[in-house]
Ligand binder design. Structure first.
Ligand code: PLP
Length: 428
């Protein structure tokens, strides 16, 4: 039966960034519980990915399940046009508690990419309302903001899928990505490219958009908090709104609730997603200031022109609420800090390894950057055979485990990476 499923899958089902004729292999998972993903055979593997930064409390979490079941029995969905409900009110109250006072107007959306679309639409409507035609965004190289067109248009123009659609996409401005990393001693030269572009183009630039501290899929680079702090100051000087994409980094992953807190700044627009529901279902939010929402709302067409069918879905809101309640108990801080300590002990020694170019660790994120590109198919198979689930890409093996992982299982993840580095055939 398993083989039948796999054959059907091969023939009919697309997977993320994959081919229909020669796809990467798929593993049939029949259930997931805690830090484990389970095959039909009963074999369990340890999750090192949190299903792309999202399942921070692990799988089949009792409290998250209960929140969903209770909400299902009450009301799974209702349109948001002209209707408000308890789960949405509670979620927005809970979000405001986590955020600086200035961020007070919340748009609930479907996915991370859509929350970026909305942020960019907010900006276009904002400048329209002020009678200024500003439509160009300034961002940095190596960024990733999602897979819908506006989001792609601010992804790195060379190392992302951007290039594939470049003729179709609006042209934005890209500063060199920061070279200094999180722990380096700050030097102003790191931000020269950004400053030059901003000074030269500030009358055209509608907003600055970037990921805070961690650049995710664009290269898993960790930049210096002063970089973001200076961008905030520059945006203030030139009166340019700052959009912060916390979709991957939000909800404790970096050791702070939000990564922008390392720079002690407040964005004008904040995008969140991924871990917002504890990885249980899709939900995102675009959150902005009263100033921006007032300008949009007090000028033609007097409203923000976006409204997803499943906006404010009660199930998603209810489970996001429970996720935030769990986070507010602050156990995540100990969990993430323990993971970070153990990562440092077990992975920093790999800096000596001839295959390894760099090891970067922050909070519950570890990145082992290799000299060579990885054969993803073979390395993934190697990891599964070693009882762990990791999804390397390019020359990067990275770990974003669920916060609840125990130290024994975490060692299994780091050990699997060490073993993989000893096998030349896993590299291209
Ligand atoms: C994943 C991600 C997105 C896109 O979110 P989706 O839910 O996949 O649309 C946008 N920005 C960042 C930084 C992300 O990591």
């Amino acid at each position: 039966m398993n083989t039948n499923h796999l054959i059907f899958n091969l023939k009919h089902i697309w997977h993320p960034y994959d081919s229909m004729t020669k796809p990467l292999p798929c593993y049939f998972i029949s259930s997931a519980n805690g830090i484990y993903m389970q095959f039909k055979s009963g074999l369990k593997i340890i999750d090192g990915m949190s299903s792309w930064w999202s399942a921070i409390h692990g799988y089949n979490n009792f409290r998250l399940n209960k929140a969903l079941i209770q909400q299902i029995n009450n009301m799974s969905h209702i349109m948001f046009g002209g209707i408000i409900h308890q789960p949405a009110i509670l979620l927005c109250k809970n979000l405001l508690k986590l955020l600086p006072d200035e961020l007070e107007c919340i748009f609930l959306a479907d996915s991370g990419s859509v929350s970026i679309e909305i942020a960019m639409k907010m900006i276009l409507q904002y400048w329209n309302a002020l009678n200024k035609s500003k439509q160009i965004f300034l961002t940095i190289r190596n960024g990733y903001h999602g897979d819908t067109f506006s989001a792609i248009s601010v992804c790195d123009p060379y190392n992302s899928i951007h290039a594939l659609y470049s003729g179709f996409l609006p042209k934005h401005i890209f500063a060199n990505s920061p070279k200094l990393s999180f722990q380096d001693i700050w030097n102003n030269y790191d931000i020269h490219s950004f400053v030059n572009l901003l000074v030269k183009n500030h009358d055209k630039i509608a907003a600055v958009i970037l990921e805070p501290i961690i650049q995710g899929i664009g290269g898993m680079k960790f930049y210096h908090p002063t970089y973001l702090k200076q961008i905030r100051l520059l945006c203030n000087i030139y009166n340019i709104p700052l959009i912060i994409d916390e979709i991957a980094t939000g909800f404790g992953r970096t050791g702070k609730m939000f990564a922008y807190q390392y720079s002690n700044i407040v964005p004008d627009i904040l995008c969140i997603g991924k871990a917002l529901t504890g990885g249980m279902m899709t939900l995102s939010a675009t959150i902005t200031t009263k100033k921006i929402s007032d300008i949009i709302s007090q000028n033609k067409p007097y409203k923000l022109m976006h409204g997803p069918t499943f906006m404010g879905n009660p199930l998603a809101c209810a489970v996001a609420n429970e996720n935030i309640l769990i986070l507010q108990e602050n156990i995540w801080k100990i969990q993430v800090s323990n993971i970070e300590k153990q990562f440092k002990i077990e992975l920093f020694p790999l800096l000596q390894h001839p295959k390894v170019l760099d090891v970067r660790i922050l909070g519950a994120i570890a990145v082992v950057e290799c000299h060579q590109f990885i054969n993803i198919k073979l390395m993934q198979n190697f990891f599964v055979n070693h009882g762990v689930w990791l999804r390397p890409f390019k020359n990067l093996i990275y770990l974003t485990p669920p916060y609840i992982i125990d130290s024994f299982s975490l060692s299994k993840l780091t050990r699997a990476i060490k073993f993989a580095l000893e096998n030349e055939y896993l590299f291209q």
